[in-house]
Write a protein that binds this ligand. Structure first.
Ligand code: ZN
Length: 281
């Protein structure tokens, strides 16, 4: 389990719900996202978790908008691109899957259950999850199995048991969504204990959970996601100046724990992503 001596940092630079009113440095255009991706890569991120926005700054699953952002990111950096299929609150399953079908990215998120999201909610029934998993599998897209609660880990294991997902498994443990599991060392431990043997996990602490969850993840051998999708603050009352500033801090925390930073190619090899020299088809 894990990449020997190294940690994988993911940057979720935009998200679906964060606004420029919350942090003016939020990247929303394709150009801004590509620049943020380059800065995040230079700061040590190996994976970019990608959402895109329309001209008005609203979240969209429009394929052309994704394609343009991917092309600009690709022109600047070799960072692994992980597309969202979470979309925004209210998107249909078909809308959320379209970029996977048409763009066949290296990685994409796959939400493993229904969750309250503040006063909103995101619906992922088992039939919807099966549809997503089958599509990922058919196209060789590595899933990041996003779990917002302990039960979602168990739900993911139903898909595995049914043969809809293949190892290596990579989980995104999202902690601190209002309505999902809160971050706590014991809560994280319970989620990690429920993972299939050999699974990798990236902890995504939302809001004030972000910083403590980074230490918790390192303690249990996990990886870290930071970025404006999850948290716009550097410290209480002080906005982060950029996504890269949050990645830089995660890299420093990892360094103090004696960990190096995985490169995009380390991730491609370890998670057997498409395009990797050792991809098993
Ligand atoms: Zn996302």
């Amino acid at each position: 389990m894990g990449i020997e001596g190294k940690i994988v940092l993911t940057c979720a630079c935009t998200g679906a719900e964060t606004t420029k009113a919350q942090n003016p440095a939020l990247p929303t255009t394709a150009e801004e996202i590509a620049e943020a991706a380059l800065e995040a890569r230079r700061a040590g991120a190996a994976i970019l978790h990608l959402h895109v926005r329309d001209a008005a700054g609203r979240a969209t699953q429009d394929v052309g908008t994704f394609r343009r952002a991917i092309e600009l990111v690709r022109a600047k950096t070799d960072i692994v691109i992980e597309l969202t299929t979470g979309g925004a609150v209210g998107d249909t399953a078909e809308e959320r899957l379209r970029p996977i079908k048409e763009l066949e990215p290296e990685m994409a998120s796959l939400d493993c259950g229904t969750v309250n999201f503040g006063d909103e909610y995101i619906v992922n029934t088992l039939p919807v999850m099966r549809e997503f998993a089958a599509e990922f599998r058919a196209r060789g897209v590595r899933a990041t199995l996003e779990c917002f609660d302990l039960g979602h880990v168990h739900a993911s294991r139903i898909l595995i048991k049914e043969g809809l997902l293949e190892p290596p498994f990579h989980y995104g443990l999202v902690m601190g969504v209002p309505g999902g599991i809160a971050y706590g060392a014991r809560e994280l431990g319970a989620m990690v204990d429920a993972l299939p043997a050999g699974a990798e996990f990236t902890v995504m602490g939302v809001g004030r959970s972000s910083l403590p969850s980074q230490f918790g993840s390192i303690t249990l051998g996990g990886w870290i996601r930071v970025g404006f999708e999850d948290n716009v603050y550097y410290a209480k009352g002080r906005l982060a100046s950029s996504n890269a500033e949050l990645v830089e801090r995660a890299a420093r925390i990892a360094a103090e724990a004696g960990l190096g930073l995985a490169t995009p190619d380390d991730v491609r090899k370890h998670l057997r992503l498409r395009g990797s020299a050792i991809r098993i088809s």
